[in-house]
Design a protein. Structure first.
Length: 404
């Protein structure tokens, strides 16, 4: 028959209070058993701490593990010390003391006599809970294993980090990978259970056949079969309950992921709309500046009695300053970029390029500068050569419009 410790392990998922009673009974038996080793006693005490957590008594579990620590350290068994620190880390995390959980996880990994993947994974999880994603990822990158439970938890942590960082593509990839390994773990577990149950039934049947000559032996066989079936039934209940909890957690994660993806999509849409409004506003500002200059030309043509073909429309210094300020603000520091990229040009060159950036027609440029359109084209060509713009398919006007 199963002893109290085994019954406690089987029942802590679905009957945590009863499980705690079983573990207390097991501790009483160990106290009366002179052959019980120090290591076994400590592990049983740690098992009680886990049961206290399942019963919502986390602080009691912490006090119990902290009480065990000095004697374990004095014993000098590094593997046992590592296990105590690992349980302290888990209990601290459940108690919402994330910094203490990380510190205990570090000590657990440090005391482990050999590289332990589960302790390393627990350390990575403690960094994740503290929001130290970079440290968590560095640890995960070192985990090279074929153990499906470890790989599943690695992908699960990467998935949670991707959700936190709004990396939508990585979120979906890691979620799919985690779910794939979860299904593999489920299939392998069921296969192993089927083998175990088949072997148990085979042994029970063989025993029944060997002892079928006496009625007393027959009753023993019946009791054995009932016991096996009962254990199988309890194990299946425990496993199905755990599977249901894992599925519910996964569905909750998927729901949260979808919600965060929708938020990200809406944020991107609003950002695109804002960008379009900014572009539209800039276009309106450019058009207003062009209309101002064109209107000035029209007024000049209307009231100037001189030869209009060669007259120069003088812009006042204040007007040039306004044009420069407009391009600086509306066109992402356009004038500053010109001065930084082409520091050897003179003022007339800068102002000529400012008029080109306003995308005024060549005729309007010629009227403002008091030259003909051919001169405008010649000046544009010569200035393009000085600026060393080698692409023949791009005009100086196009280059300035696209200057970034």
């Amino acid at each position: 028959m199963y002893g109290p410790q085994k019954l406690s392990t089987l029942s802590h998922w679905y009957a945590p209070h009863q499980s705690l009673q079983y573990i207390d009974k097991a501790l009483s038996l160990y106290a009366a058993y002179s052959q019980a080793t120090f290591t076994n006693r400590i592990h049983l005490q740690l098992a009680k701490g886990e049961n206290l957590v399942y019963n919502g008594r986390c602080k009691e579990a912490l006090r119990l593990a902290e009480h065990l620590l000095p004697s374990v350290l004095q014993q000098g068994d590094s593997a046992l010390v590592s296990n105590v620190y690992q349980d302290l880390s888990v209990f601290s995390l459940v108690d919402s003391n994330k910094v203490q959980a990380r510190d205990y996880a570090q000590l657990s990994y440090r005391y482990a006599p050999v590289r332990n993947e589960h302790k390393l994974l627990a350390l990575a999880n403690s960094y994740f809970e503290l929001g130290e994603d970079a440290a968590c990822l560095r640890i995960l990158d070192t985990l090279q294993t074929k153990k499906m439970s470890v790989v599943y938890n690695v992908f699960k942590l990467r998935h949670y980090i991707a959700v936190r960082q709004n990396s939508h593509n990585l979120v979906m990839n890691y979620a799919d990978s985690a779910y794939t390994y979860l299904e593999k773990m489920y299939a392998n577990t069921m296969l192993e259970k089927d083998r175990h149950y088949a072997e148990s039934l085979r042994k029970g049947t063989a025993l029944a056949q060997a002892q079928a000559q006496s009625s007393q032996q027959f009753y023993i066989i019946v009791v054995l079969i009932i016991l096996v079936v009962s254990v199988v039934f309890v194990a299946i209940m425990v496993y199905n309950n755990k599977k249901k909890q894992q599925k519910l957690a996964f569905e909750n994660t998927q729901t949260k992921l979808q919600y965060e993806a929708n938020l990200l999509k809406e944020s991107q849409r609003m950002e695109a709309e804002r960008h379009q409004l900014e572009l539209k506003h800039k276009d309106v500002q450019l058009d207003m500046m062009r209309q101002f200059l064109i209107r000035k030309i029209e007024l000049f043509n209307k009231f100037s009695p001189s030869d209009k073909s060669s007259a120069k429309i003088l812009l006042e210094e204040l007007e040039w300053q306004e044009i420069e300020a407009f391009l600086e603000n509306a066109e992402n520091h356009f004038v500053s970029k010109l001065h930084k990229r082409f520091p050897l040009l003179d003022l007339s060159d800068y102002r000529f390029m400012m008029l080109l950036r306003l995308d005024l027609p060549s005729k309007s440029l010629a009227r403002i500068l008091g030259v003909n359109e051919g001169t405008i084209r010649h000046k544009s060509y010569m200035l393009k050569q000085r600026l060393e713009i080698t692409d023949k398919s791009v005009s100086l006007r196009q280059y300035l419009v696209n200057l970034s």
